[in-house]
Design a protein around this ligand. Structure first.
Ligand code: PLP
Length: 368
């Protein structure tokens, strides 16, 4: 292997991140979180979030915390001990939902699916006659699978539909209102392509009315957070906690960028890049992991070919070519790679680079 390259920085390499000096900017004090200018910006950010969620929900806001905080907020506000929560599990993040819901005292009814397969809406709907919540992950990042949330919405009955959109928001078609999503959480670091640390969250009026008055979490109490986003949620603005101004500015910039490109164009760009990567990988002799017809464009799972050292390939890509791909998850840790094409990175140029780089990495590490 050649001398490892050392150009990686907080803002990553190459044309998608032309402003490494932004690292310096992040070291300076920011606008105060109660400044009227910032308040205008958080309102604008919430409008942008409504666009990417596909919702009119007044209560649509960036929670302060990563995607998992969104998951926690969803369950802690909605689930009382003994409530039945049906959870579709087809990967790590469905598993995590079961853990979070059971810590809230839910009677969790798991509907397990083979990893790599999409959620079966009918099986999930049939799992219990009268659940409080039905929960599923739209885009399972651990397996690279997309599930049909609209079909679940049609079958939800009186239950509330709770959806994880961490790896779909801002990259894949997502229509919270049309699909019947009552509670949704997401993250900023995937297809939105910006700083991690916020959980775009949305909740319908129907779900908000059924929330717990005094959830066990103070920080994530959605009743109190109405004041945090103020007028947009119909509440009087009031201090709740210090808004993470820098991350919200980063999210606002991403939402403006997506709006300028056109949301449906952004979906199409992700779809085209994912399709090109997946067909290219197969042409190069690799086998894909996720079930055909249900593959995420934003996250492609590839079976590590027999005799290839998964970790060595990933190490070569990172150290030599400045490209990071993920290992598999759980039982598939060493036998699957996960390749993200998200946000500004979902381009034909990334696909071409990745295909050549993967071949080079496999060849270089196999020789040793
Ligand atoms: N849900 C999904 C589908 C994810 O991919 C992730 C993170 O990758 C999470 C939840 C958790 O989000 P975070 O790591 O931002 O807390």
């Amino acid at each position: 292997m050649d001398t490892p390259i050392t150009t990686r920085s907080l803002f990553g390499p190459g044309p998608t991140n032309p402003y490494p000096e932004a690292t310096v900017a992040l070291g300076y004090p920011l606008l105060g979180h109660l400044d009227p200018l910032f308040i205008e910006r958080i309102d604008h950010t919430c409008d942008g979030l409504r666009e990417v969620w596909g919702t009119e929900n007044a209560r649509t806001l960036p929670l302060s915390g990563t995607g998992s905080a969104g998951m926690e907020a969803a369950f802690v506000n909605m689930v009382e001990p003994g409530d039945v929560v049906v959870i579709a599990v087809n990967g790590l993040f469905g598993e995590r939902m079961c853990d979070v819901a059971s810590r809230c005292g839910a009677e969790v009814v798991r509907v397990d699916h083979e990893y790599g397969q999409p959620v079966d809406p009918q099986r999930v709907a049939d799992a219990h006659p009268n659940p409080t919540i039905i929960a599923a992950v739209h885009a399972e990042t651990s397996t690279g699978v997309r599930s049909d949330i609209a079909a679940l919405g049609e079958l939800k009955g009186d239950a509330l539909l709770l959806v994880d959109a961490v790896t779909s928001i801002g990259g894949l078609e997502l229509r919270a209102d049309d699909w019947g999503i009552d509670i949704g959480y997401a993250g900023t670091q995937k297809c939105l392509g910006v700083a991690p640390g916020l959980a775009p969250f949305t909740i319908s009026d129907r779900a908000f009315e059924r929330r717990i008055e005094h959830p066990r979490s103070w920080y994530l109490d959605l009743g109190m957070l109405g004041g945090y986003v103020g007028a947009a949620s119909g509440s009087k603005r009031a201090y709740h906690h210090t808004a993470p101004v820098g991350m919200i500015a980063s999210l606002e910039a991403a939402l403006d960028r997506i709006h300028a490109e056109g949301l449906e164009n952004v979906w199409a760009r992700h779809a085209a890049a994912g399709e090109a990567l997946q067909s290219g990988l197969q042409e190069h002799g690799y086998e894909l992991f996720a079930a055909e017809g249900h593959r995420l464009p934003s996250l492609t799972t590839v079976k590590v070919p027999d005799g290839v050292d998964s970790a060595a390939v990933r190490g070569y890509l990172l150290d030599t070519l400045n490209i990071e791909i993920g290992a598999g998850v759980g039982a598939y840790a060493d036998s699957v790679w996960r390749i993200g094409l998200m946000g500004p990175n979902a381009t034909p140029a990334s696909v071409t680079t990745l295909l050549a780089a993967l071949d080079e990495a496999v060849a270089a590490t196999s020789k040793r």
